[in-house]
Design a protein around this ligand. Structure first.
Ligand SMILES: Cc1cc2nc3c(=O)[nH]c(=O)nc-3n(C[C@H](O)[C@H](O)[C@H](O)COP(=O)(O)OP(=O)(O)OC[C@H]3O[C@@H](n4cnc5c(N)ncnc54)[C@H](O)[C@@H]3O)c2cc1C
Length: 468
């Protein structure tokens, strides 16, 4: 499993790559791209050669470009940043988790309420297809012990470099430092560039603008109003795959921020009153908790907080013992052992789990073996709120799939397509995010190319202010 080394307040430890180890100040490596002198893109094209504009050069937009170019479309790809794929490169920093090797039924279940729609995307491009595609770029992949799939060298940069080379060779036009601002009339796109505003004509447009996490890498969610004006229904953007806030004591923050808790079983009750349990691990942070177990159940926790003002997570810190067995073990005479030492010897608790117990359990309970065993098997944490979107690994919400047809074209505005994280779906970490971004990019790219082949041309009566 991919791991980062983390140094937090004197504690050296390793957490899963998605953990809270990357501060939002971490910088993604970039593949540089020159700024071109601009610009009236597409104006010189012969009238009968349809042009496709793709706005957003993350994994979804790049895959859309590849798919449409393979069908013979003239493709221009625009991105607000000076280079494409910045978040993709960041994802590769701690080991690029491209996809997951688990059976398809398990794979699609990770998309929760959207699994039916996304299983159709995966019929077009699934984990196996993604691995084959990477292999076609000279990047072999392997399945880690957790079932997660990584490039052999764990990195994103070689894959992106090879891919961009292939896209350029195939004739995709790249236009960096072009921030989409909105539309003029008649299908004319407006862009802000370092040289001032410019326009581009396009017969169809694919938006792949990403969500709103890590805005310093380009995707800032500023597109919501513009898409609503186009006629798309947009669900509120929210943090996904993020930490949750719990107020801790100064002592716990000072001594144990960054400490991993593993293994634990989290119990929670969903809004229908159904009880759930899941084993995994997470990290104590200075603001609360974060890690793979929390990401996996984050959507449920977020909804509980929205409904009740807080989410309650009940932790079993000692999955190896029943409560009765634990009470019996703790009831043995303690002698001169400290409680911490006793918890380690008799319950197998490490210093980090013990720190959480001392944070939450009062002294009389610590002295009572039966009551203490009950706490160790069911320690309640009250989660106040998710961390801000800017820190999250991904965002939930976005353009609702019901606004789109099977080719991901906006029903209210033929010729406008969408792909990637800006669509309204979410999934935990594990390679599901990238797989769905690639698959939706492929579908939108093919869909737009076929729509253009059949004579479709965008007709714009919209004059929106876009994202500026
Ligand atoms: C730290 C971190 C680690 C991650 N690790 C993994 C992982 O290992 N596996 C995994 O599956 N997922 C991972 N992810 C998630 C994954 O990177 C994203 O889900 C994915 O990049 C989304 O792809 P996208 O193409 O939809 O959008 P993005 O990659 O966000 O790209 C959107 C592009 O649109 C451009 N853009 C935005 N607005 C405009 C505008 N107005 N005009 C022009 N251009 C614009 C942006 O500059 C950007 O280049 C990770 C995310 C983070 C933050």
């Amino acid at each position: 499993m991919a791991r980062y080394e983390v140094r937090t307040k004197g504690l050296d430890r390793t957490v899963e790559k998605y953990g809270p180890s990357l501060g939002s100040s971490a910088r993604a490596p970039t593949l540089l791209w020159p700024v071109e002198p601009t610009c009236h893109h597409g104006w010189m094209t012969e009238a009968d050669t349809p042009r496709l504009a793709i706005i957003g050069g993350g994994p979804a937009g790049l895959m859309a470009a590849e798919a449409a170019r393979a069908i013979g479309m003239e493709v221009d790809l625009y991105d607000a940043m000076g280079s494409v794929g910045r978040k993709f490169l960041l994802a590769g920093k701690g080991g690029l988790n491209l996809t997951h090797a688990e059976p398809m039924a398990d794979f699609v279940s990770r998309f929760g309420a959207r699994q039916t729609a996304i299983s159709r995307w995966l019929e077009t491009f699934d984990a196996q297809a993604l691995r084959k595609w990477a292999s076609g770029l000279g990047v072999e992949t392997f399945v880690g012990s957790s079932g997660r799939v990584f490039p052999a060298d764990m990195k994103a940069a070689p894959l992106l470099r090879g891919w961009l080379h292939r896209l350029r060779e195939s004739g995709v036009g790249f236009h960096m430092h072009h921030r989409w601002l909105g539309w003029q009339r008649d299908g004319v796109l407006r862009f802000g560039t370092p040289h001032g505003e410019c326009t581009a004509k396009a017969d169809a447009v694919i938006f792949a603008l990403g969500g709103a996490s890590w805005p310093q890498l380009g995707s800032d969610g500023a597109w919501v109003d513009a898409m609503q004006q186009l006629g798309a229904e947009v669900s509120q953007l929210q943090s996904a795959n993020c930490g949750f806030e719990i107020p801790w004591s100064e002592y716990l923050i000072g001594r144990f921020a960054g400490a991993p808790l593993k293994p634990v079983i989290a119990h929670w009750t969903d809004r229908q009153g159904i009880a759930h349990a899941r084993q995994g691990e997470f990290v104590l942070t200075e603001y609360g908790i974060e890690g793979s177990l929390i990401y996996a159940i984050g959507a449920e926790l977020r909804e509980q907080i929205a409904a009740n003002g807080e989410a309650v997570l009940t932790l079993d810190l000692v999955p190896g013992y029943t409560q009765a067995a634990l009470a019996e073990r703790l009831a043995a005479p303690r002698g001169k052992h400290s409680i911490g030492d006793w918890l380690r010897r008799r319950a197998g608790l490490d210093a980090y789990k013990s720190a959480l117990v001392f944070e939450r359990v009062d002294k009389p309970t610590l002295a009572d073996p039966v009551a203490l065993a009950a706490q160790l098997k069911a320690l309640r944490l009250h989660l106040r709120r998710p961390r801000p979107m800017a820190e999250a690994i991904s965002t939930a919400g976005g353009v609702q799939l019901e606004s789109l047809d099977d080719a991901l074209m906006l029903r209210a505005k033929p010729g406008v397509f969408f792909a990637g994280e800006m669509l309204d779906w979410e999934a935990p970490t594990g390679g599901y995010l990238l797989t769905a971004c690639f698959a939706s990019g492929l579908i939108a790219g093919r869909g737009a190319a076929r729509w253009l082949e059949q004579g479709g041309r965008i007709i714009s009566d919209t004059d929106t202010s876009g994202t500026d």
